[in-house]
Design a protein around this ligand. Structure first.
Ligand SMILES: [Zn+2]
Length: 490
């Protein structure tokens, strides 16, 4: 096995091990979930902090009609100042006033509530209540003259109906009453896309969740980076999620932590979801271009006939590489590949046939590519180690792991990006880090210097279909950019 020689050179120094124990770092052992959250934050920070000193150049956004059928008649209005506030879907619940029916009956309706109820009473059978601070389902029912026993009947009618008791300030509840003043139906709008609906039937209440299908249109945005990608993207009206998507799409070609420069620019065509002209969220990036240090990369989202979706360069070659460059996200390179360096423990000059990534204990380590696990186990000075064979020619090694991910064992297969283990400091190691080696045809190479092999391009029999999608998207970006430049020269 090609990795063995480094290992062999470790073995004669077994007494170095006791020394090493003392020098181990005392990094706290975070729970994994905590770390995952932390790495998300790190992701944000590492992108947000790519800051150059000067101010942001303006980033522009236009809304244009698109080729998607559903959107053909859509008219867009410029979003107000802080459009980034309307994030992607997670229907953020602000100031949710959790209602409990138990204490509800003692709670006197507030004064404005009484006024509302009186107003509502004017319109006989159809009544709308806007949830105010302190409201519970019982107080809301009381405003339209419904008793607390009706509240209980509604909530007891099904498990789903209990969702009515989760009230948010400002939420509207639309009641339909019978001639006898009993509840006939109730609709509660959760957000622009979802409503709860309950209707009185012969045998109790029937509940359903109503979904509004948003109109989807393709929107163009363009930004120029002055200080950071995040700021430029925000100016361009891109949500946080879209910005992360953009970084992921170009992640094989551009290192967003190191390569971004002032003057870099991007264009993106993405799906925007609207309901009755209101922006309610965004969808996928359909196409994008990123100019980094004078070189322009293009990306087109394509779903093949088997239903698999991926991003391709505009000419149909894959953006995806057979290997990801870095098996740990947002780690710091603590030692590079070299043919001669002083070993920190052994204090001797020796080659370092891999790259070290320092990161906290428990940080996930990903497989650099699809492959078969040759070893998942203890390996001398390497400590807990995973070795993966990728096709005939490539082999990767991951050392000093704290532990292995579930299902990763000798002979198992792994996918690119799959978590195979966690950062630790087992074996001959001075602190939590990943020692990562890459071999081509049995020879160690520098994974950072490696020209990564490409994944498969668009299949020949789908090339025509792909170009029919890709060409209009590229043409639209050309057109939009030309218009924008012409406008900025005026
Ligand atoms: Zn190393």
């Amino acid at each position: 096995m090609g990795f063995a020689y480094i290992l062999d050179s470790y073995f004669p120094y077994k007494n170095a091990r006791s020394l090493m124990m003392h020098s181990k770092s005392k990094a706290p052992n975070y729970p994994k979930s905590h770390l995952l959250a932390a790495s998300g934050v790190a992701a944000l920070l590492s992108l947000a902090l790519l800051v150059f000193p000067s101010r942001e150049v303006e980033a522009k956004k236009t809304f244009i009609d698109l080729k998607l059928e559903s959107a053909s008649e859509q008219v867009f209005s410029e979003p107000d100042g802080d459009s980034s506030a309307s994030e992607d879907f997670p229907f953020a619940r602000t100031g949710s006033a959790e209602a409990t029916t138990a204490d509800a009956t003692d709670q006197p309706p507030q004064e404005e509530g009484i006024a509302e109820a009186e107003e509502a009473a004017v319109d006989a059978l159809s009544k709308t209540v806007v949830v105010a601070n302190g409201d519970t389902l019982s107080t809301v029912f009381a405003k339209v003259g419904l008793s607390s026993s009706e509240v209980h009947a509604v909530l007891a009618s099904s498990k789903d109906a209990k969702q009515f008791s989760r009230l948010k300030i400002g939420q509207t509840l639309e009641f339909q009453l019978s001639e006898q003043g009993e509840l006939a139906s109730l609709r509660s709008k959760l957000n622009s896309l979802e409503s709860l609906y309950l209707e009185k039937t012969a045998d109790g209440y029937s509940f359903k969740k109503e979904q509004v299908k948003p109109e989807i249109s393709a929107v163009y945005a363009h930004g120029e980076i002055d200080s950071s990608l995040f700021l430029a993207a925000k100016r361009a009206g891109l949500s946080h999620n879209l910005t992360m998507d953009l970084a992921n799409v170009f992640g094989y070609d551009i290192d967003f932590a190191l390569d971004i420069r002032k003057g870099d620019s991007f264009e993106v065509i993405y799906e925007e979801k609207t309901v009755e002209g209101q922006r309610v969220g965004t969808g996928n990036i359909l196409a994008a271009r990123f100019t980094n240090r004078g070189k322009t990369y293009s990306a087109v989202r394509y779903t093949n006939k088997d239903g698999a979706t991926s991003y391709y360069n505009a000419d149909g070659t894959s953006m995806r590489k057979a290997f990801i460059r870095t098996p740990v996200d947002f780690a710091r390179i603590s030692s590079r590949f070299s043919n001669g360096r002083k070993h920190p423990i052994l204090n001797k000059i020796r080659a370092h046939k891999g790259v070290d990534y320092a990161a906290p204990h428990g940080t996930p380590i990903k497989s650099a590519g699809d492959g078969k696990v040759l070893l998942a186990g203890r390996k001398g000075g390497y400590g807990n180690t995973v070795i993966i064979q990728h096709g005939q020619r490539y082999r990767t090694l991951y050392a000093h792991m704290q532990g292995f991910a579930k299902g990763v064992r000798n002979g198992s297969t792994v996918k690119q990006g799959q978590i195979i283990g966690y950062i630790g400091t087992t074996g001959l190691s001075t602190g939590p880090h990943l020692h990562y080696e890459f071999q081509v045809d049995g020879v160690h190479v520098d994974p950072l210097g490696l020209k990564l092999p490409m994944a498969d391009p668009i299949a020949k029999n789908e090339k025509q279909r792909f170009l029919q999608l890709s060409q209009p998207l590229m043409a639209r970006m050309d057109e939009e950019k030309a218009t924008m430049l012409a406008l900025s020269r005026q």
